[in-house]
Design a protein around this ligand. Structure first.
Ligand code: AHG
Ligand code: MN
Ligand code: MN
Length: 335
């Protein structure tokens, strides 16, 4: 008999979410439903990405988002898919998206949750068949149910997240998420149309030898970052930089490493967005035992003031983040 038949089918994402919910006697199931809505939209986006070269969905859309970046057609498609799934699900009252200037009201006044989303991360890689992703954060609303969510509901600190995750559309498609009880990863089986638990209890190695930074902008780095990059070279670390945050982060999370997007003289606030890139990955990395800071402060303790706020990011293995801090601190002390 084929040995493979002896193997169990595995735990589907739906089953896993349900089991987790059962462990909380007062859980109403709304967060579970929200996560299932995100998984559904991810499957649809995955389908469109997989056939991207065959459909007319590669290339620029012809417009810019609020941050002045050229939108790609798939940015717009993914944005529509995720918003539609969250609106139909009914649990979310308000959404912040990289692709929308203002907060999006779903019309679900009874919805308890707020979602912040980067529908498609790594746009520059879409047309060249390189891994891209989706990043999301979930918060409980602060305002009373029964009306639209407010901007205050949306501008909560990262440590108020109740769930966060990402989807990586890579050599296989994975969904990785946390609800504050560890991090679990699920791999998509396209033949069955299901995500299966493949990476239970992901932990970040305390150190590693991979550093990820866009070194082409070295001349604009703060002195402490320049020195840390030189330190990485002196210690024979490997440089790995895809240019898709999700993909760079995912690799470093599994293998041990650090991802850096510092403030530079060209981009004094950094490039990445606090609300729908940094906070979600910070929650995940901390749940896996790693660290995420802006160079001096925990990302999750930053008080957001704007929906599309940018912030520097140093994220990954604890000892590596601590090391870059030493260089940054020395730079401040020297003045
Ligand atoms: P997005 O495609 O959502 O705008 O994000 C792009 C981000 C991130 O994915 C990546 O790490 C970073 O931009 C790369 O920036 P550089 O090209 O400046 O290195
Ligand atoms: Mn992004
Ligand atoms: Mn994006």
């Amino acid at each position: 008999m084929n040995d493979k038949l002896a193997l169990p089918v595995g735990t589907t994402l739906d089953r896993f979410i349900m089991r987790k919910q059962e462990a909380f006697p007062y859980a109403t199931g709304e967060l579970s439903q929200l996560l299932r809505d995100i998984a559904l939209a991810a499957k649809i986006v995955n389908r469109e990405i997989n056939r991207a070269g065959l459909l007319d969905v590669t290339g620029a859309y012809g417009q810019q988002n609020v941050q002045g970046e050229d939108q790609q057609k798939l940015d717009v498609i993914a944005n529509i898919r995720f918003i539609r799934a969250l609106r139909n699900g009914g649990e979310v009252c308000t959404i912040i998206s990289e692709e929308e200037d203002d907060i999006i009201q779903t019309g679900n006044h009874k919805g308890k949750y707020i979602v912040a989303i980067d529908p498609l991360d790594g746009s520059s890689n879409i047309d060249v068949n390189v891994s891209i992703g989706t990043i999301f954060s979930v918060y409980r609303r602060l305002s009373e149910q029964g009306c639209d969510g407010t901007e205050e509901d949306c501008l909560q600190k990262g440590d108020r997240q109740v769930a966060a995750g990402y989807v990586i559309y890579g050599s296989s498609t994975m969904l990785v998420y946390t609800t504050g009880h560890g991090v679990n990863g699920f791999t998509y089986d396209p033949s069955l149309g299901e995500f299966f638990l493949s990476h239970p209890t992901i932990t970040s190695p305390t150190t590693g030898n991979i550093y990820s930074i866009n070194e082409g902008t070295y001349n604009y780095f703060p002195e402490g970052v320049k020195q840390y990059v030189n330190y990485c070279k002196e210690n024979d670390y490997s440089a790995r930089y895809i240019g898709s945050l999700v993909a760079d982060f995912h690799r470093n999370l599994l293998k041990g490493g650090i991802y850096m997007y510092p403030a530079t003289t060209k981009a004094p606030k950094g490039k990445l967005r606090l609300m729908y890139e940094c906070n979600a990955l910070a929650f995940i990395v901390e749940q896996a035992g790693g660290k995420a800071t802006n160079g001096s402060q925990r990302i999750m303790e930053m008080q957001p003031t704007e929906l599309h706020q940018r912030c520097p990011l140093f994220i990954g293995s604890t000892e590596m983040v601590d090391k870059v801090h030493e260089f940054l601190k020395a730079e401040v002390e020297v003045g």
